[in-house]
Design a protein around this ligand. Structure first.
Ligand code: PHE
Length: 492
């Protein structure tokens, strides 16, 4: 059976931007910029893109395109043992997808409620009590939250029907869901900057504190943000690269992906801070008092600000959550595709639909705990550990492979033969020294901090049970997946 591929170079670029642009752009980037010196942070992000993001993205897309295989087999084609790195990346991707779907579910619930502005008046209560129905703490599971569960089923249906025919269904979906957020962000920006107070908000985002550039914390934040934001180290970009035909341009496409993703972050920052500025203005409080990051920004503060708009509050709220859902959906199904593509390769006798269905059902079952009333706590803990450790470890292993363990300049030759821009000495220095050193530093830094201050004050038992245990089990699961997939491959 012939392996499918993207209908055009631009569809790949859109799909990869779709994977990259997600909650990291919308709720993580603006807040980090605010905390780390405004425009100084934006500049650090640009530098981090060039130093760490683009080289790793080029490696992932490049190795996928070169080997025409998903993560385990593309890495395994360099040396068989490297396939375990690919499986490990997929295991972490599996975990992220299992909880990402609950976040998407909240967004869908909000989209439904936007038509009546159901949260107006008390957005905090709406988020925690009406939607999440949050329990008293991480040890109190409290049963399923039905609004979340309903949104979850709906989100899974959307994701499944986006990937069920592989690239054939993904391609039309990304054309809509990746362009739409750009349009909606521009509308939100236009609405925000024409309101009083917006400039006060934008000042927080844009006025640079150059001194912050001397703070190592800014660089750590910028580098790990770029890493997370480009969806590196989950096997996704390898899988997406593997659907690029050999003949297709490589390096320039990777640059487009990084640029598109950066643009989404920048536009989100402007929309978010402009809107917050307006809200602070009408409430007569300093903008700094309303700034938040994470779910608090996306589900409490911004919805409140949108409900206070003088005109068209409902329309802008609906638009905001349509944007939210479109940002989330392609990140979600990219995780699924990262997983599905290696299995599709190994089991050509199974239909694309069946592979997608089996994987969707398994991941959805694994995701049910995140729809309970304690789901937010579980999600918060596991996300912290997978992103700060799992991701960094896989990234580190990948650069060790490309920088040190893969003899010869095969990769470089391939890239240069297929790209408008060429790589050489600088790329080598980055992957041999700069990136591995940085990632090691980041890992050590995170571990030290973990011991200094237990994450968010959760009980140690919860941090170990929900965060550390999955990390430790991940390599074991990777081994099992490899065994199972090899057996299937041999037709047993
Ligand atoms: N890149 C996504 C974001 O910025 C997060 C993500 C990472 C999604 C990996 C899928 C896979 O939100």
């Amino acid at each position: 059976m012939e392996r499918s591929s993207w209908p055009s170079r631009w569809v790949f670029i859109l799909a990869a931007i779709g994977s990259a642009a997600g909650l990291g752009n919308l709720w993580r980037f603006p807040y980090l910029a605010y905390e780390n010196g405004g425009a100084a942070f934006v500049i650090a992000i640009i530098i981090a893109n060039f130093v760490i993001g683009i080289p790793l993205l080029l490696f992932e897309v490049g190795i996928g395109q070169m080997k025409q295989k998903g993560a385990p087999d593309a890495l395994g084609a360099i040396k068989p043992i490297f396939r375990y790195i690919g499986w490990l990346a997929l295991v972490f991707g599996f975990i992220v997808l299992s909880y990402y779907m609950s976040v998407m579910a909240w967004g869908i619930d909000y989209l439904g409620s936007a038509f009546t502005l159901a949260w107006a008046g008390n957005s905090q209560d709406f988020f925690f009590n009406t939607v999440l129905q949050i329990s008293s703490g991480v040890n109190d599971i409290g049963g399923i939250s039905w609004p979340v569960f309903a949104g979850f089923l709906f989100a899974w249906a959307l994701v499944y029907f986006s990937v069920w025919k592989g690239v054939k269904s993904v391609s039309p979906v990304v054309k809509v869901t990746v362009t739409l957020p750009f349009v909606i962000l521009l509308l939100l920006i236009f609405r925000a900057v024409t309101l009083p107070g917006a400039m006060e908000g934008l000042k927080l985002f844009f006025v640079p504190e150059w001194g912050a550039l001397l703070n190592p914390k800014l660089w750590l934040a910028a580098f790990s943000q770029v890493f997370f934001s480009l969806s590196i180290a989950f096997g996704i970009m390898i899988a997406y690269g593997s659907l690029k035909p050999h003949s297709e341009e490589l390096g320039g496409s990777v640059l487009w992906v990084a640029a598109g993703n950066f643009l989404v972050s920048l536009l989100s920052g402007i929309a978010v801070f402009g809107t917050l500025g307006y809200m602070a203005h009408i409430q007569n409080i300093p903008v700094a008092d309303v700034v938040a990051g994470g779910p608090g920004l996306a589900f409490v503060v911004l919805p409140l600000a949108l409900s206070l708009l003088p005109t068209l509050a409902i329309i802008f709220s609906v638009l905001y959550f349509i944007m939210f859902a479109s940002l989330a959906i392609d990140s979600a199904f990219s995780l699924l595709e990262g997983f599905a593509i290696p299995f599709r390769d190994r089991m050509p006798h199974l239909s694309t639909k069946k592979v997608a269905l089996i994987i969707s059902i398994i991941v959805a079952m694994a995701g049910i705990p995140f729809t309970t009333k304690a789901g937010l706590y579980y999600l918060d803990i596991i996300d912290h550990f997978v992103v700060n450790y799992g991701l960094v470890i896989v990234g580190l292993l990948e650069v060790l492979v490309v920088g040190w363990l893969w003899r010869g300049s095969e990769f470089q030759k391939y890239v240069n033969a297929h790209s408008k821009i060429k790589i050489g000495r600088v790329f080598n220095i980055l992957v041999k020294a700069v990136i591995p050193l940085f990632l090691t530093f980041l890992l050590v830094w995170n571990i030290i901090n973990e011991f200094k201050t237990p994450y968010e004050g959760y009980p140690t038992s919860a941090l170990i049970g929900i965060g550390v245990v999955p990390l430790i089990l991940a390599p074991l699961v990777a081994l099992i997946l490899d065994k199972v997939a090899t057996r299937w491959n041999n037709g047993e």
